[in-house]
Each structure stands twice: as structure tokens, then as C-alpha cells.
Design a protein around this ligand. Structure first.
Ligand code: ATP
Ligand code: MG
Length: 442
């Protein structure tokens, strides 16, 4: 079974605009992308810019990266560039590297595709599991997801090819699926996350048909391979539009699929107050990204899973489990449940645990922990997290201020600050009382 909408439809002939009409200038395009286009053209191939870079240029935004579409086969592209690498098992793409910039070159595809599937045929939910047929540009335009993502720009000739009224949509700020939304979402449920992400980033409206389909089909995202969802979650929340994305995902039932434990708690109050930590933390993350600072994946997941972790920790402590053990187990359980849906790699979950664990010691402000915390490689992430907690009243202002100040003072004053904390003198031998443990002695 294939997508009848796509199969039977006559391939459209594109509307052609001049770059001048659309106020596009070749100097806006990365010179490396131009090199790739020129080179392929010289070999007699067709090659154009496509996707997010064309959309973003038309909106006056700076493209994240430049994608090229061509009728050259991956092997042919590969043979033409010394720095080219073929990637992907099923649908093969070519990455052409120029220093730190990578130009992604994709051969025109014939029908719909699903990046991660390995077997042929269609799954019970209608997902396309294999399709590796190369096609023409007209066919390629049909299998793209959204009209504004299916604009082809040839900066050498100064022409834009518009197959699905994408220019009209750019002007009116609308995201319209190519073909029947329900079919396109069944083929690849990640498209639901993509359309939400673009709506948040561009401030565009999603067409009504697509919104209705999302409300019916959100559950299909649960069937997407967890490794792919991990990549998508990063794109959703590292974009600098995390709050808007979060709100839209929640509104359409998609956040509940990605983060079921967190979503359940967000609907509840805590001591008669709504839970504001997550939106506040995401707003903070957005400010970071917008000022050019990175947000590392472990910090993001520490934020996204904080509520369920804290809930479980409280429950364990309430049951009389010792603090260290409660911390360890609560983190383990929450992470274990989450990675079944979104495959956060082990190297990151280890850091998520560290960030959470540090909160306990930062709150405690004990003499014997202070130096060790300051020396911890992840101290900065732990400290940033503490500040977020302080802004919603989960950590005391005095504690947050103390940790801020200690990073600003010289060594002598630092020692004084630490020595005036509770507990034995820092640097002196001390007899340590072991924290109360439950199961570890038995
Ligand atoms: P950005 O790079 O800004 O996140 P983009 O639109 O370029 O946005 P990419 O993931 O780089 O997104 O994909 C490039 C293009 O490939 C898209 O614009 C779209 O035309 C097509 N595409 C990507 N993913 C899919 C998909 N799941 N289904 C259909 N088409 C897709
Ligand atoms: Mg892109």
C-alpha cells in the first residue's frame, strides 16, 4: 500500500519566480553551497537548494544549514568531492565537508520515505517502512512534508520553483502539509513534531486539517524508534523556541507521548500551586540559546524530567528510605522509564544523574562537600540548575546567593566562607559519620 494521494496525483508543474521578485540575493547563500551547486552543474547534473534554507532566506532568517537536492546519484556526488562522505543505510545522503560547514546533498526521491525503517512494505499504522526509489525533481517535491519546505532555489540562474504554493504560504504565515495530512502523518509520525517545531520557530499557523489530524494521531509518535525521537527532542528544545514548542506540544497531546511521566505531573498542583519549574526553565534555556550560549543535552533532560524525579524522591524519603539511596533509585527509575520512549544515550543520562545529585549537596551547604562540589567538572551545570530551582522557590535565595558569591571571591575569602559553614573544618581530618543507609548493610 502506498500513499494514494501521492501515487495517483499528477505531478504538479511548478510556478517559477525570479530571485529578484522574491528579494533573494546569491550572496546570502553559503559560498560552499554555491561551490557544490556549480560543481554538480558543470558535470551536467541538476542541483538546487531546497528545504529549510530556502524557507528561512525568504523569511529574512539566517539558515541553519544549506541542503542541496540533485539528480546525481549518491555515488556520483561522492565521486565529485574529495571531502564527501555517504551516510545513511537506506536512503543514502552525501555530506560534503568544508571545514566546519557540512553541505547535505540528497538525490531526488521518488516517493515517501521513513529515515529509520529497515524493512519493505507498510506497517499496520500505515507507516512507510521502505522506499529507496530515486526520482525526478517533480516527484521529490511531492514527498516533502510541508509546502514551505518544498521550494527549490537555483541561486546561479536566480530562479525559485514552487510546487505547492509555498510562496503564498510564506506570505500568509501558514504551514500546510503536502497531500492528505492524516496519510502523511501515518507514513511518518515525526512529521507531527516537525510541523509543531516550525510553527513555534516561525510563528506560523498550522492549517486546520493538519491540527485535527494531529489530535487524532499523536499516539503514533509512540511507535517511532526511540533513537530518532531523541534527535527530534533535541531539535524541539535546543532551537531557542522551547517554551512555544512546549506549549504547542502539550496542547496537541504530543508532549504526553514524549514525556508521559512529566506530563502527568504537570496537570497536578503542588501545595496548591501550579508547577512552574519546567516552563520557567525552558524560558531560561531559550534566552541562553538566543544569546549564543549552548544548552547541553543532559541539562535539558535534567530539566524535562525533574518533576517526576522529585516526586519519586519525595515518595521514597517519605517511606523512610535513606537520602542517598533514595536519590540513586529515584533517578534510576525515572531515567529507565524515559529511555524506553526517547533514547537518551548513556553518556548523557550519567550527567543528568550528576546534576540531580548535586542539588542535594548544594542545598545542604556542608563544609565537607563544598570544595568537592566546586572541583566537580559538572559544577557549573549543577549550579545553573540550582538557580533555576531558586527562581521557583524550590531552593533558598540565601543558598543560591552563597554559591554565586563563592565563585566570585579569591581563595582566602573562599576558605573563610567555607569554614563558616556547618560541619567540621574544611581541610582538617574529620571523622565522618556515614549517612543513614537502609538496604546497603543488608
Ligand atoms: P531546519 O534544518 O531549519 O530544522 P529543514 O526544513 O531544513 O529545517 P531538515 O530536517 O533539514 O529540515 O530537512 C530538509 C528538508 O527535507 C525539509 O525541508 C523537507 O523538505 C524534507 N524533510 C525532512 N524531513 C522530512 C520528513 N520527515 N518527511 C518529509 N520531508 C522531510
Ligand atoms: Mg535543514
Amino acid at each position: 500500500m502506498n500513499n494514494p494521494d501521492i501515487e495517483s496525483a499528477v505531478e504538479p508543474s511548478p510556478e517559477v519566480f525570479t530571485a529578484e521578485q522574491l528579494a533573494l540575493h546569491p550572496e546570502q547563500v553559503s559560498r560552499h553551497a554555491i561551490t557544490v551547486l556549480k560543481h554538480l552543474r558543470r558535470q551536467g547534473f541538476e542541483a538546487l537548494l531546497v528545504g529549510g534554507c530556502v524557507r528561512d532566506l525568504l523569511l529574512g532568517l539566517e539558515p541553519k544549514d544549506f541542503d542541496v537536492a540533485t539528480d546525481a546519484l549518491p555515488e556520483e556526488v561522492h565521486a565529485n568531492f574529495r571531502s564527501a562522505r555517504i551516510i545513511g543505510r537506506r536512503f543514502r545522503l552525501v555530506h560534503v565537508r568544508f571545514g566546519r560547514e557540512v553541505i547535505e546533498v540528497a538525490t531526488y526521491r521518488g516517493r515517501g520515505e521513513d529515515e529509520d525503517a529497515q524493512d519493505s512494505t507498510v506497517s499496520s499504522s500505515g507507516r512507510l517502512l521502505q522506499d529507496n526509489v530515486y526520482g525526478t525533481r517533480d516527484e521529490d517535491a511531492m514527498r516533502r512534508d510541508i509546502a514551505v519546505n518544498a521550494l527549490y532555489y537555483d541561486p546561479l540562474d536566480g530562479l525559485v520553483y514552487d510546487y505547492h504554493d509555498g510562496i503564498t504560504d510564506i506570505r500568509s504565515g501558514i504551514l500546510r502539509m503536502i497531500g492528505e495530512p492524516a496519510l502523511r502523518f501515518r507514513e511518518d509520525p515525526v512529521r507531527m513534531l516537525r510541523v509543531i517545531r516550525f510553527a513555534a520557530k516561525l510563528g506560523f499557523n498550522i492549517e486546520e486539517r493538519a491540527l485535527e489530524s494531529i489530535d487524532h494521531l499523536a499516539h503514533l509518535v509512540a511507535g517511532v524508534p526511540p533513537a530518532r525521537l531523541f534527535e527530534e527532542v533535541l531539535k524541539l528544545f535546543q532551537s531557542g523556541f522551547g517554551v512555544a514548542t512546549f506549549e504547542k506540544l502539550r496542547q496537541h497531546g504530543l508532549f504526553a507521548i514524549l514525556f508521559p511521566d512529566t506530563d502527568r505531573l504537570l496537570g497536578t498542583e503542588e501545595a496548591e500551586f501550579p508547577r512552574t519549574f519546567l516552563p520557567l526553565a525552558l524560558a531560561n534555556t531559550d534566552r541562553r540559546v538566543q544569546s549564543g550560549r549552548p544548552v547541553i543535552p543532559p541539562f535539558l533532560f535534567a530539566v524535562l524530567l525533574w518533576e517526576p524525579y522529585r516526586e519519586l524522591l519525595d515518595e521514597y524519603i517519605g517511606r523512610g528510605i535513606g537520602e542517598y539511596e533514595a536519590i540513586h533509585h529515584a533517578a534510576g527509575v525515572v531515567i529507565e522509564r524515559q529511555v524506553g520512549r526517547v533514547a537518551v544515550p548513556r553518556r548523557y543520562t550519567t550527567q543528568v544523574r550528576e546534576i540531580w545529585e548535586m542539588q542535594f549537596f548544594l542545598d545542604g551547604m556542608r563544609k565537607r562537600h563544598a570544595f568537592r562540589l566546586l572541583d566537580n567538572r559538572r559544577f557549573r551545570a549543577g549550579y545553573d540548575f540550582l538557580i533555576l530551582r531558586a527562581t521557583v522557590g524550590q531552593a533558598s535565595e540565601a543558598c543560591a546567593d552563597w554559591w554565586t558569591r563563592i565563585q566570585e571571591v579569591d581563595d582566602t575569602e573562599r576558605r573563610q566562607m567555607i569554614n563558616s559553614l556547618g560541619g567540621p573544618k574544611a581541610g582538617k581530618r574529620r571523622r565522618r559519620r556515614r549517612p543513614r543507609r537502609q538496604a546497603s548493610n543488608g
